[in-house]
Design a protein around this ligand. Structure first.
Ligand code: MUC
Ligand code: MG
Length: 376
């Protein structure tokens, strides 16, 4: 019977490193390759499911590294699921929470593999299990992060000409604020009237710096400012947001779980929140964070951590099911890699990324590529 067939039989995790087409610089790190943990889960019925945990430059963007994610999946998370019927998603999440504190990226990859395997068994897309899709594609931005404005303008022009992206997120905070402002002035001037710009400071500024710089960003037409101050400083986000001349603020590293989202909502500390599986511990967690944000009138933004098509597809399954995704998404990750990990990469066209068709998360792991990029 279906119940017995859905029992989780095995969970395997593999660390992969995929080079990027160029150096990608953030305030806290700079990467030339993306490292993921790929989870492959097998059910008693023979169906398999996959999940991906992305990181950015080791344990620098958050506390999880691929080495820690793999160790915690193999030692604690996988054993907690063996024998459980894979369609008991909420029970599985409770077991994962009992087996390990936080470790949200590790939990997200594991939980995604459950959804993928169950979807493949039933022949339905993951979005159906999350409420059903309300859209087939999502507007997708591109991130400029080489730090060299001439290169960045050329890169943006290429994306515009190819009708791939017309919104650009500029990573700031790796250099002095004045240098970033000069860089943004060049970008805004070159792309004026043809592209929308947002910025992500990845917690680089203190409140005083933010007070000085945010109105200048507004004057440059920057549409959204992501995580200008440290994640812990919700108070500063709220005070900055209350100042006239502050552009809309996007919460990223300050919102991991639904409790964080509630605290940000209660403090009126953000205009929008960036949704990411690695932060919310999985698809159910992402929907819970989204629900708290919706209840507070905080807009949704489809965040990423430079996932491959595997991780991006899982995000799209969830993003397809929220009623309003006011700021679109940033799952450009598959295009910054020299190669992808799936048989049929996601489709990017007309400034949108398209929800893959087919059961589960909608993409299938390419075993040759997995072997090629696997560590060791
Ligand atoms: C982040 O902080 O938003 C997303 C795009 C990018 O370049 O970095 C990530 C993480
Ligand atoms: Mg961010």
């Amino acid at each position: 019977d279906l119940r017995r067939d859905l029992a989780v039989q095995s969970v395997r995790s593999t660390i992969v490193d995929v080079p990027t087409v160029r150096q990608h610089k953030l305030s806290q790190t700079s990467v030339a390759a993306q490292s993921y943990v790929i989870v492959e889960l097998r059910l008693a019925n023979g169906a398999t499911g996959i999940g991906e945990a992305a990181t950015l430059g080791g344990p620098r963007w958050s506390e999880e590294s691929v080495e820690a994610i793999k160790a915690n999946i193999d030692t604690y998370l996988a054993p907690a699921l063996i024998g459980l019927p894979a369609d008991r998603f909420e029970a599985a999440a409770a077991r994962l929470d009992a087996a390990a504190k936080r470790n949200n990226a590790a939990k997200a990859a594991t939980e995604t593999a459950l959804f993928d395997a169950v979807g493949r068994t039933l022949g339905v897309p993951t979005a159906l299990l999350l409420g059903g899709k309300v859209r087939d594609s999502v507007p997708v931005l591109w991130t400029l992060a080489s730090g060299d404005p001439a290169q960045e303008i050329e890169e943006a022009e290429g994306k515009l000409a190819a009708r791939l992206h017309d919104t650009f997120k500029v990573k700031i905070g790796a250099q002095a604020p004045e240098a970033d402002l000069a860089r943004l002035r060049r970008l805004a001037g070159a792309l004026e009237g043809r592209a929308r710009l947002i910025v992500d400071a990845n917690q680089a500024w203190d409140e005083t710096t933010a007070v000085r710089c945010l109105p200048q960003l507004a004057e440059l037409g920057i549409a959204l400012v992501e995580q200008p101050v440290p994640a812990w400083n919700i108070g500063a986000m709220a005070r900055l947001r209350a100042r006239p001349g502050t552009p809309p603020l996007l919460a990223d590293e300050c919102v991991f779980d639904a409790h964080d989202m509630l605290a940000v909502a209660q403090a009126a500390a953000a205009d929008a929140v960036s949704l990411k599986l690695v932060k919310h511990a999985g698809l159910l967690g992402l929907k819970k964070v989204a629900a708290v944000a919706e209840a507070a009138g905080i807009a949704l933004y489809g965040g990423c951590l430079l996932e491959s098509s595997a991780g991006a597809a899982a995000h799209l399954q969830a993003f397809a099911t929220v009623r309003e995704l006011a700021w679109g998404c940033e799952h450009f990750g598959p295009q910054i890699l020299v190669d992808d990990l799936v048989e049929e990469p996601l489709r990017f066209a007309d400034f949108q990324v398209h929800l893959p068709q087919g059961p589960g998360i909608g993409v299938t792991l390419d075993q040759d590529k997995l072997r090629r990029y696997a560590r060791d």
